[in-house]
Design a protein around this ligand. Sequence first.
Ligand SMILES: [Zn+2]
Length: 436
Amino acid sequence: MKFTLSTVSKCSGRLGVLAGIDRLPAVSIQTPGFIFHTKGGSVPHLSKEAMQHVSSTEPTFLHLSISNTLHMQEAIKASRTTIAEFIAQSNSATLLFPRDPSESAIPGVPEKESLPIYTRYGRRNIGVNEYMEMVEAFRPDAYTPLYDADTDESSSKKREQKSLDRTEKFVEQSLDWHRKSDVLRSCALIGPVVGGYNEKLREKSIEFLRNTDAPYVGYLIDGLHMNGASVAYMDGKAAVPVVTNVCKQLPEEKVRFCFGAYDAKLVLDLVASGVDVFDTSYVYVKAAQEHRALAFSFDVKSTPNEHTTELDTTDAQLAEDFSPLVAGCACYTCQKHSRAYVHHLHNTREMLGPILIMIHNLHHYLEFFKAIRHHVANDTLPVLRQHLDRQTSLPPYILKEEKVVIPTATVLKDDTEAMKEPTDVSQDKQSKKQRA
Ligand SMILES: [Zn+2]
């Protein structure tokens, strides 16, 4: 994998191309851009055929995470295929990471030698050996060594330090494995930069990666949040300076990844900081969990205060609204269906509902990134940022379920899982939904 930087603007980030995959020489993405967030290797809710409605080309770069691909390991090993072949995406580049940006990290103190992962079979602690065995079986086009970046703005200094210490240990062990492995020779490495909101620890993390002398194709800036749907409401005031500083210290010619369900404004701020590649977990969180269609305007010639950033498709007022989700949108959903129909699909819990919203949201996101690249090229990203600032946002999404807290004392004795932690049922349902 190779990154070619073409333009660095004064106040609007940089333009480049990510390509150079040995087995897919024709596949590339322009940056700032995104890789497709997947569950088990598929874009959630969209079949390959449905993806054709989003873009005429197949998804070129896929974000895979171990929580929803771990169960494939034995079958992949037995069939002697790569993960790309196994998920029938041979024409797409596969990038493997420990965390799914749409799933909240598991709270609590992690084990010393492993990273806790929620899989379809429950919680698993993944150590370096298990992780690297999985990487060897999958043979993705690129991956990060195992690391611990379960930190956010509220993490203590102690936790941030621990994240760095554990990451250093995990990365060293992963690299040892990588160097000895013949199978992994064609897999590119991405260096994980951790250290939470502590600038000194971030510097140390970068220095550590430099000293490992590994041929990283790029870097992943992680540890800014605990992933999941709440990231969509992160304001980024504290995160952006951290990312800016990290980007200043990273080698300019290397690609920088930064994953999470960031809203459009935060994406622009991170682009201006120097981030090149994002993922589409925001689109998924909005479509599948919040039933919201992206409607923010990125046409700076339009009047900004006429726009609302999202459309709540559960809103009863849409029942007789036969206009498209977003006026002027060229996506399949907006061309063929109305707000009233999508609202009706939600009411009748039809599976087609999230599919149609996903198609629109992905299309909207693709067009948004085209606009970003246009503004980076003209060094006018601040104009687009101001345009977004003047648009009206919907109130944050709240899970519309009754909150029921089960006190520990009433839990049956044989229900050992529930006895460990008194649970807030609505939250638990939400996190299960996120993991699904
Ligand atoms: Zn549309």
